[in-house]
Design a binder for this molecule. Structure first.
Ligand code: SAH
Length: 261
């Protein structure tokens, strides 16, 4: 049964679905999808949602059509309940900003809700221990919307801080060299023993994790693709033995400076 009454105004939810597996989606995100008559999103993100999509109009699209998708969602939301979904958090390299920008530009008065989700940084961090325990920075290596020289400047700035740095969009077919560039910049500021966590498909069925160091990173470049998040530790991060033969990363928050334990 559609939850919508004819003549009633529509609503728009911009929903973060979390990293992949359904159990990491928030109850609020579930509710927003359940309420929607129309669900729009990239096909990869819609796949795990399939059990929730029965009876709904599903508009799946390919990557790179974000502006069209945002416009379509707004057009439909004038008279329907609409959910536009992103993987992870919709506000972190996701659809939230473009949808809000188009809404603002078109001056449309539709009730809009941004529903947060577990972003890749948190998902990946959880799989290798606790590498992001205090301050950390997040940089995307995608130069589709940000010029490469700006990305380089930002990398250089954040690596001087000695805090952990999370790299989103570390590699893709179109830009295979940006990761090597980032590693080169990191090495200018950090020692070769600095831990590096590589998490592919975090909290999805085909997850793979690897912990290495900045000095040995060359051997692991092939483990990184567009479904991977790379965490480069800070000056205080260290490798931790998670289980016998599995390594993780701990970045102490600083309790050792205050307490004996
Ligand atoms: N909105 C998303 C990020 C989209 S950018 C979020 O908040 O997570 C796409 C990049 O996110 C990928 O190239 C990869 O670096 C990272 N990513 C997204 N989901 C991931 C997952 N499950 N495991 C590892 N990395 C992921």
């Amino acid at each position: 049964m559609p939850s919508h009454v004819k003549g009633e105004k529509g609503t728009l939810a911009i929903v973060g679905l979390g990293p992949g597996l359904l159990e990491y989606i928030t109850p609020r995100a579930m509710k927003a999808v359940a309420k929607a008559e129309y669900v729009l999103g990239h096909s990869t993100y819609l796949k795990p949602l399939e059990p929730l999509l029965a009876g709904k109009q599903v508009i799946s699209s390919t990557m790179g059509k974000e502006v069209d998708r945002a416009k379509k969602a707004i057009e439909l939301a004038r008279t329907n309940h609409v959910a536009i979904v992103s993987g992870g958090d919709a506000g972190v390299y996701g659809m939230a900003s473009i949808v809000l920008e188009v809404l603002e530009r078109e001056g449309v008065d539709i009730p809009v809700e941004v529903v947060p989700g577990v972003t890749a940084a948190n998902a990946a961090a959880s799989r290798v221990g606790s590498p992001l325990s205090g301050d950390f920075a997040v940089i995307s290596l995608s130069d589709l919307l940000t010029p490469l020289d700006v990305i380089e400047q930002r990398l250089d700035a954040v690596f001087t801080l000695g805090i952990p740095v999370v790299l989103y969009n570390p590699k893709s077919r179109g830009r295979p060299d940006n990761l090597a560039l980032a590693i080169g910049i990191a090495r200018k500021h950090l020692g070769p023993g600095t831990p590096v966590g590589i998490v592919k498909n975090a909290l999805r069925e085909d997850e793979k994790t690897l912990v290495t160091t900045l000095g040995a990173m060359e051997q692991s470049m092939d483990a990184v693709d567009m479904h991977t998040t790379v965490i480069i530790g800070g000056t205080e991060s260290r490798i931790w033995r998670m289980r016998d033969d599995v390594k993780g990363i701990i970045t102490p928050r600083g309790y050792h400076r205050k307490y004996v334990y």
